[in-house]
Design a binder for this molecule. Structure first.
Ligand code: DQA
Length: 142
């Protein structure tokens, strides 16, 4: 089984980006955390990040065609990208939406997600620990 962990804009800057909101775990640490979880569970985990929406759409289209499970932190696209939502709607394996911060405790514009309605589950506010939890759930569901 394979799980793709896809991260959207600004998430490559984890560790230095607003550490009071997102913590001090770096993006490299996040990649290691996800890969270690995969090794522990016997699941192939691939972690990617992009600041380009078209690249994200391509990854989601490929995941849809390949039947690959996805953990997605779409960053700010969550709140305004119908295109990312439409790509998520095409997925053929389960999708878990993850947010490091508790978006519901933050600005109003972060309270709505275009993705939640097409995700199987949503994890918010548990920091980077949301990722291994999502991977574990997908591995158990497969
Ligand atoms: C985020 C929350 C979003 O509102 C924000 O735009 C991000 C990160 C999170 O992981 O908490 O880039 O998705």
């Amino acid at each position: 089984m394979k799980v793709l962990v896809l991260n959207g804009p600004n998430l490559g800057r984890l560790g230095t980006r607003e550490p009071d909101v997102y913590g001090r775990t770096t993006y490299a640490d996040l990649v290691s955390l996800c890969e270690e979880t995969g090794r522990e569970l016997g699941v192939e985990v691939e972690v990617r990040q992009t600041d380009f929406e078209g690249e994200m759409l391509g990854w989601l289209h490929r995941a849809a065609d390949d039947g690959t499970a996805v953990v997605l932190n779409a960053g700010a696209w969550t709140h305004y990208s119908i295109a990312v939502r439409d790509a998520c709607s095409q997925l053929t394996a389960p999708l878990v939406e993850v947010h490091i911060s508790n978006v519901h405790k933050r600005e109003d514009f972060r309270h709505h997600s275009h993705l939640s309605a097409v995700a199987d589950g949503v994890i918010v506010g548990l920091g980077v620990q949301g990722y291994p939890l999502a991977i574990r759930w997908l591995a158990e569901k497969a």
